[in-house]
Design a protein around this ligand. Structure first.
Ligand SMILES: C[S@@+](CC[C@H](N)C(=O)[O-])C[C@H]1O[C@@H](n2cnc3c(N)ncnc32)[C@H](O)[C@@H]1O
Ligand SMILES: COc1cc(O)c2c(=O)c(O)c(-c3ccc(O)c(O)c3)oc2c1
Length: 356
């Protein structure tokens, strides 16, 4: 067997193959973004026949410059490799959507499309490429190294990025909202007469809950640049303000994807304020948290990797982190709560109830 510095040739070739994959991996999300921009998932989804020929696909692309048509089979080949589309050679070079590609269709229930576009935003990409510099400077986050201000200040001052961020969050809420109001979690809201969704963004979750539980008054609290001129109607209300200043009183508080944006000190401060705004445990008061519980590993290795990457992302963007059950428990006890229950796992995240 060939031997280079004690590494056998097969190992070297395998290592090289893996490193090619890492080196070229930056092209994956760019190609997916390009497919979304061209409307390819939507066109395949709307096509009467589930398999669409290459020539029909090219003819259906509204904004494609005619000089670029030969690039489409090249793009489709890599998107087939990524598992977004299936290639059907027998049916005259046809393509169909896979279940992963289906997630990129506009208005899809999973809302993953808006997250793809957000994750490809230059502000997000520049944050990620500033991690090396951030490790050598004394700023709290790579976001500040790249952009000179905190993520929340940037959202407040840059309406375009604010819109892309809020759309990603609203898209993400679509699937979770459906889970929340169906059998797996509906019991969580039973018996409540009022709920504040703190940091509820543009209200996607609260809207779904308000519609499913017409007798439950839902209030969305978020910063003024997020609430804008939203007013709400019926049992849904919007309030603009900071959660660190004033929280409206209610039976229960919802914190979806909030606490992982803050360090332990701010989380305890916020949870104490929540406790002051809800009734006692005996009278049904509770805080409902939707966030990652690290190491709560379901059998899916993709989810494990995603949890690790989300932890890294929280550290570089917000100087915060994802937490293990032990770390969550400490936060709850430090904020004066008497107990908690991890109700269920919603894929990457879990639903936790905590009681005063
Ligand atoms: C990660 S997003 C989650 C949005 C929403 N809960 C969801 O899951 O789709 C965090 C939200 O917290 C809001 N936020 C940040 N600081 C806040 C503050 N001081 N008071 C109220 N909301 C705040 C942001 O504007 C943003 O909408
Ligand atoms: C799934 O792929 C990605 C890729 C990304 O680049 C981001 C990202 O940059 C990001 O800030 C966030 C994010 C998630 C939850 C939050 O509460 C939050 O404040 C930010 O999510 C991401 C998810």
């Amino acid at each position: 067997m060939l031997n280079f510095n004690n590494i056998c040739a097969n190992q070297l070739i395998e290592a090289e193959a893996q490193s090619w994959d890492h080196i070229l991996s930056y092209l994956r999300p760019s190609c997916i973004k390009c497919a979304i921009q061209l409307g390819i998932p939507d066109i395949l989804h709307k096509n009467v026949n589930p398999i669409m020929s290459l020539s029909d696909l090219i003819a259906a692309l509204p904004n494609l410059n005619p000089s670029k048509t030969t690039f489409i089979p090249i793009l489709m080949r890599v998107l087939v490799d990524f598992g977004l589309f299936k290639y059907h050679q027998q049916q005259g070079d046809g393509y169909s959507l896979t279940s992963v590609g289906r997630l990129l269709v506009e208005n899809d229930l999973s809302g993953k499309r808006s997250f793809f576009l957000f994750a490809q935003h230059p502000v997000v990409l520049n944050t990620a490429s500033s991690v090396g510099d951030w490790l050598r400077d004394d700023l709290p986050t790579a976001f500040e190294t790249a952009h000179g201000k905190s993520h929340w200040d940037y959202c407040g001052e840059e309406p375009e990025f604010n819109g892309v961020f809020n759309d990603a969050m609203a898209g993400d809420s679509r699937l979770i909202s459906n889970l929340l109001i169906t059998d797996c979690c509906a019991g969580v809201f039973e018996g409540l007469t009022s709920l504040v969704d703190i940091g509820g963004g543009t209200g996607a979750v609260a809207m779904a809950i308000a519609e499913a539980f017409p007798r439950l008054k839902c209030i969305v609290l978020d910063l003024p640049h997020v609430i804008g001129d939203r007013k709400g109607s019926g049992n849904l209300e919007f309030v603009a303000g900071s959660m660190f200043d004033k929280i409206p009183h209610a039976n229960a508080i919802l914190l979806k994807w909030i606490l992982h944006n803050w360090d332990d000190e701010d989380c305890v401060k916020l949870l104490k304020k929540c406790k002051e705004s809800i009734p006692s445990k005996k009278n049904g008061g509770k805080v409902i948290i939707i966030d990652i519980v690290m190491e709560d590993y379901c059998s899916n290795e993709h989810l494990v990797q995603s949890q690790h990457l989300m932890d890294l992302l929280m550290r570089i963007t917000y100087a915060s982190k994802e937490r293990t059950e032990k770390e969550w428990e400490k936060l709850f006890l430090d904020a004066g709560f008497s107990g908690y229950k991890i109700i269920t796992s919603l894929g990457l995240r879990s639903l936790i109830e905590i009681y005063p």
